[in-house]
Design a protein around this ligand. Structure first.
Ligand SMILES: [Zn+2]
Length: 244
């Protein structure tokens, strides 16, 4: 539900979402949208009042978010000739116009075809989509390689857009992987694949679990550390749409 309140002579619009939480959460989203998650029993008047009281804080949150997005865009320009990392190797981005998004690596070029190559925001989105597709193929391939070695079977496989999680598995044996892994060296992706597969045997991080990982990847500690140190550098800069 859309609401608006006035504070200090300024209008604040927000989207109210009723949730099962017991407190009120204010969230600033890219593009200036504010979301307010409130318990179902909270009165609308009280929520408006709370938003009004925290208008200054909201303004600050939006300013910080815009600043972070802008900095991320400057750090990762996505234009013709920009550097892009795929499977641990650096490529020069080459933009081509075409109706459908596709990505091809040839020599030291990463050729990205998309409908609007002049729009940097579309370039980011297309690159993210094409790399996610590539990540899914690669992850499946590595799962099929390691699963029989560990003697495990897995359920559905999905590629996710998560800020800080690299992989996860569910009690239904479904596995999720972060698309950005396709940008890291192949051993890093292998490490995350093996890590999640080992969780299907040991649902913890016990010494037994790490021995299983080591059995497949004797150098796993190096790649684990790599991910910790460099994981934050992976990505194509903030994509402002379809991401929260
Ligand atoms: Zn784990």
């Amino acid at each position: 539900m859309k609401r608006s309140v006035t504070a200090g002579g300024e209008r604040f619009e927000y989207v109210l979402i009723r949730s099962r939480r017991q407190d009120v959460l204010l969230k600033a989203l890219p593009g200036g949208e504010t979301r307010v998650y409130a318990p179902s029993w909270a009165r609308i008047r009280d929520i408006d009042e709370l938003v009004r009281g925290r208008a200054g804080e909201l303004k600050r949150l939006h300013a910080e978010l815009e600043h972070a997005l802008e900095r991320s865009r400057l750090d990762h320009p996505m234009v013709e000739g920009s550097r892009v990392c795929v499977e641990g190797k650096g490529y020069f981005l080459r933009l081509l116009r075409g109706a459908r998004v596709s990505l091809e690596l040839s020599g030291d070029l990463c050729e990205l075809t998309l409908p609007e190559p002049e729009n940097e925001e579309r370039v980011r989105e297309a690159l993210k989509r094409a790399l996610s597709r590539r990540a899914l193929g690669r992850v499946r391939e590595r799962l099929e390689y390691y699963a029989p070695r560990l003697g495990v079977e897995f359920g559905r496989v999905a590629i996710r857009d998560q800020r800080s999680r690299w992989g996860s598995c569910s009690s239904k044996r479904n596995l999720n992987f972060n698309w950005k892994l396709i940008m890291a060296p192949p051993e890093v992706l292998d490490y995350v694949v093996v890590h999640e597969l080992c969780h299907l045997i040991e649902f913890n991080h016990s010494p037994r679990f790490w021995r299983l990982v080591e059995g497949q990847l004797p150098e796993y500690e190096y790649w684990k550390r790599w991910l910790k140190e460099h994981g934050g550098e992976l990505g194509v800069g903030a994509v402002a749409t379809g991401n929260s």
